[in-house]
Design a protein around this ligand. Structure first.
Ligand SMILES: [Ca+2]
Ligand SMILES: [Ca+2]
Length: 362
């Protein structure tokens, strides 16, 4: 390649010799000189192009090699971050193609958008913004089950193709429209359901709804509220579920309570609250683990403190990845946005992992 550089130089020398030998007619020689100058310009240009070409192929090759390596290394991460960019798919080796999903690919949809899905029990989150709707393994006509604690589960519900969601900031979530009345807001407050396109048993262990007037569990809610400055001996329970999440033979109880005397999340009253927590035995000891707590203490004037309430509501207790152990899905809402979260409880120590979440709002 380097030898090519000498060809233009040789050509220039050769033409200069010719021009000096044939300079009898002044017009002709001027013309010749002009053409020579033009030629020289072209040659310089060609030379630059040759140099560019001789440098760039190695760079291009490096780029082509480094891309798949980067993409392959993301395989450790369950989220298929950049493996499905259509623009590069033609150049990418087969190994970077998204993992093959079983029929009915377990896509989980919340009111704010697609939460994620699972591949052989492994959670897969939706890419961060800007999201690519094509990265979600769902298509128009997929069938979903739509469910919510305390409601009848609807089956064979049609879903739309994935599109960009979360207006006006399109691209923050992937939206799939689920053709079910539970997904249509009916006033406020409203707890949206979730939908899943899997075909396994969502509740391998019984999910029992307890009486919301239970004095015992009202007492546990009262205790928690008192710690946050709200004295309410008769709190309003909004969800009370007893189940054995992981099937270890020991029941857990999930408790939600909410009071919105102010009538809104933005303008609450003193003593308003929204709490969601679980009581769970770990190594014989009862633990209390909190998913959400938001209160306006009794002695606080929300008008002067501008206090607001973030509501946390239980949506579902279900096995969302088909591993036989149930997760807890709950919604978060504040005055200008909302979110849905899926958590799995740890079994041997206190705590939980948030495995999926989706949110939309300012
Ligand atoms: Ca259990
Ligand atoms: Ca599970």
């Amino acid at each position: 390649m380097k030898n090519l550089k000498y060809i233009p130089l040789l050509a220039i020398s050769f033409l200069l010799i010719i021009s000096s030998a044939c300079s009898s007619d002044s017009d002709e020689s001027k013309d010749l000189i002009n053409r020579l100058a033009q030629l020289q310009e072209n040659i310089t240009e060609t030379q630059e192009q040759i140099e560019e070409l001789s440098n760039n192929p190695s760079n291009l090759e490096e780029d082509e090699i480094s891309d798949p390596v980067t993409e392959v290394s993301t395989d450790e991460d369950p989220a298929p971050t950049s493996t499905e960019t259509p623009a590069t798919s033609s150049e990418a080796p087969e190994s970077t193609v998204a993992p093959e999903l079983p029929a009915k690919s377990n896509v989980i949809v919340a009111a704010q958008g697609v939460l994620g899905w699972s591949v052989e029990g492994e959670w897969v989150e939706v890419d961060e913004a800007p999201v690519d709707p094509l990265s979600v393994p769902a298509e128009e006509g997929d069938l979903y089950r739509v469910f919510r604690v305390g409601s009848v589960t609807n089956t064979d519900v049609l879903g739309s193709a994935p599109t960009e969601g979360c207006p006006p900031l399109m691209g923050y979530t992937v939206e799939i429209t689920i053709d079910d009345p539970m997904f249509e807001a009916e006033g406020w407050p409203y707890t949206f359901p979730i939908a899943i396109s899997s075909n396994w048993d969502l509740t391998p262990n019984e999910v029992e709804l307890l009486d919301l007037d239970s004095e015992i569990y009202k007492g546990f809610a009262s205790d928690l509220l008192a710690e946050y400055g709200v004295i309410d001996p008769d709190p309003t329970l909004t969800a009370l579920v007893r189940t054995d999440l992981e099937g270890d033979g020991v029941d857990e109880v999930i408790i939600a309570a909410e009071r919105l005397a102010g009538g809104s999340l933005l303008f609450p009253s003193s003593g308003d609250y929204s709490i969601l927590f679980i009581r769970k035995l770990i190594e014989g000891e009862v633990t209390r683990q909190i998913f959400g707590v938001s209160v306006v203490p009794d002695d606080e004037d929300p008008e002067s403190s501008f206090a607001t309430i973030n509501a946390t509501r239980l949506i579902a207790v279900a096995d969302l990845n088909g591993d036989g152990s149930m997760e807890i899905a709950f919604g978060g809402a504040y005055y200008e946005g909302s979110s849905t979260h899926v958590v799995e409880m740890l079994t041997d120590v206190e705590g939980f992992n948030e495995v999926l979440s989706v949110g939309c709002g300012a």
